[in-house]
Design a protein around this ligand. Structure first.
Ligand code: CP
Length: 535
């Protein structure tokens, strides 16, 4: 019986695209390969090699790179496959061609793995589905895979893999506990953003964030870390970190990307750099066995790890960089389907059907009080009443949101009104809710109910006919919101934002804490924030 290779043609757009168990398997491969290369064990090295001059790996770097681009290129050479690079200074992207058309073209030329660095966040996620459809409709005998080599401020998942591998080498491959300090530009650094999910690899994680306010970790990544069960602490400088008792033995530095910041911040550049740059006088405070990591590059004038530390046992960043090629050889070999046949995933918990978030109330079992149709501005004979809108919010927030609901449901032209009602039980605070009345409104279709659930989760829709409630629906928060042309991710750098002009439809997934995460760039929003021109 042929074994299915679960890694073949897989994309890696975010670190969580590979499960923890899959990453552990990858790291076993990397250990084997690294040893084989050091021992010149040709037979073992050969097991990784694809040895197919028609198997195309294509590098598209729309931002500068040395390590990522060159380690992937050398990894592809090692695998003995065809490797190409798009010359982005003379490509038709500069004539206004879309990403979709560019990558369709390259997919058609027998390229199976794309490695892309771009400032556009979520680009690989979008291309994966879009080029899959292209390959299918053109009858191509392969499906292209996409590897994110860094997208804007979002993620750098292959850097995360080599960081994890290097940390594991230093802690004896202990997946149980990790205490790590992240130092530097945590605001812009995509390598530290990948750690919010990446470090779930370890069972117990403590993360110390060391950066002044201007460079601190964005809230969404910090919240994600906390949701993932990490203990998170913040410090505004290395000095203040060293003044307390629990100092990590693993320090992960990043480069301040001050060039991305405004004039006001640049005026404080020296002060910002000083707070995240290691100094000689700090040496005595470090614990024995401490290691420093850095994704590199270091700035030649202002390195956060000064060069006098290069020749000390603190230096783990050079091995980290070298590991980049080993990790990338193994990753490409898996995606090429050369290795990975022996991987057996842990037993999956069955995933249920998509929950039904539109619930029709059985009126024969739950008769409606007649008060419903006569309450409000005017009694309604025929039409709709949307009740329980934004229950618990302030009256002004409810009013604002009812305007958005009317717009999203195209009810703003219809006659009727909105009303904020105040309910109170003895001894309790007032609770407000919104009610929208639309006499003689058109019939709502299933798609309208989906829109209503998305824009007003928790509401109740009453359909009034001949002065009676003829239908009633309770609308809960959908697990996924997509397929509406008035959705928009608030991140201007996201591939789905109209600012990118690619026409990629926005799509959001509900998180555990009832926020909506963009399917491409991962930015989280409340259900009120995912609509075009929302406040
Ligand atoms: N760490 C890293 O991504 O380096 P490059 O920018 O040189 O690829």
């Amino acid at each position: 019986m042929e074994t299915k290779n679960l890694f073949a043609s897989r994309s890696l757009c975010e670190i969580s695209d590979f499960t923890i168990d899959e990453r552990k398997y990858l790291f076993r491969q990397v250990r084997t390969l690294k040893k084989a290369i050091h021992d010149r064990d040709e037979a073992t090295m050969d097991r990784f090699r694809v040895k197919d001059p028609d198997f195309g790996i294509y590098e598209v770097f729309l931002e500068d790179s040395t390590r990522t681009k060159e380690s992937f290129r050398n990894a592809a050479d090692f695998l003995q496959v065809k490797v190409n690079e798009l010359n982005t200074t003379v490509s038709s992207l500069n004539k206004g061609e879309s990403f979709a058309d560019t990558f369709h073209t390259l997919t058609g030329y027998h390229n199976c793995i794309f490695i892309i660095r771009s400032k556009v966040e979520g680009l690989c996620r979008w291309l994966k589905d879009d080029c899959d459809a292209y390959a299918h409709r053109n009858g191509l005998p392969y499906r292209p895979a996409f590897v994110n080599a860094g997208d804007g401020r979002h993620e750098h998942p292959t850097q995360e893999l080599l960081d994890e591998f290097t940390i594991l080498e230093d802690n004896g491959f202990d997946y149980d506990n990790l205490h790590i300090a992240l130092v530097g530009d945590l605001f812009h650094g995509r390598t530290v953003h990948s750690k919010a999910d990446g470090l779930k690899l370890f069972s117990h994680v403590k993360v110390d964030l060391i950066a002044p306010d201007e460079l601190q970790m964005p809230d969404n990544y910090r919240i994600k870390m906390e949701e993932n069960g990490f203990e998170v602490r913040s410090f505004d400088s290395i000095e203040s970190y060293l003044a307390q008792g629990e100092i990590s033995t693993m320090w992960y530095f990043t480069r301040p990307q001050l060039e991305r910041m405004g004039e006001q911040v640049l005026q404080k550049a020296d002060m910002l750099r000083a707070s995240i740059t290691f100094r000689k006088e700090f040496m005595d405070k470090l614990k024995p066995g401490t290691k420093f990591y850095h994704p590199l590059p270091r700035h030649k004038l202002h390195p956060t790890i000064p060069t006098f530390l290069d020749n000390t046992p603190l230096n783990a960043w050079e091995r980290q960089s070298i590991n980049g090629m080993y990790v990338r050889i193994c990753l490409l070999s898996l995606i090429a389907g050369q290795t990975g046949f022996d991987y057996v995933p842990p037993k999956q918990v069955a995933v249920g059907e998509e929950e039904d978030y539109i619930v029709e109330v059985d009126l024969s079992k739950h008769p409606v009080k007649e008060k419903m149709v006569s309450e409000g501005v005017h009694p309604i004979k025929n039409g709709i009443v949307i009740d329980h809108i934004c229950r618990g919010d302030s009256p002004s927030d409810i009013r604002d949101h009812m305007r958005l609901i009317s717009r999203v449901l195209h009810l703003d032209e219809a006659k009727g009104g909105e009303w904020v009602s105040c309910g109170h039980k003895a001894g309790e605070e007032h609770t407000y809710k919104g009610i929208i009345f639309r006499p003689d409104a058109r019939e709502l279709e299933r798609k309208d109910l989906k829109r209503l659930a998305a824009v007003a989760p928790g509401c109740t829709l009453n359909i009034i006919k001949d002065g009676k409630v003829a239908g009633k629906y309770r609308l809960h928060m959908p697990p996924r919101i997509y397929n509406f042309d008035d959705l928009q991710c608030s991140n201007e750098a996201c591939i789905s934002n109209p600012a990118e002009c690619e026409g990629v439809p926005a799509m959001f997934y509900r998180t555990e804490d009832n926020l909506f995460e963009c399917a491409y760039c991962g930015r989280t929003h409340t259900f009120k924030e995912i609509w075009k021109n929302a406040k």
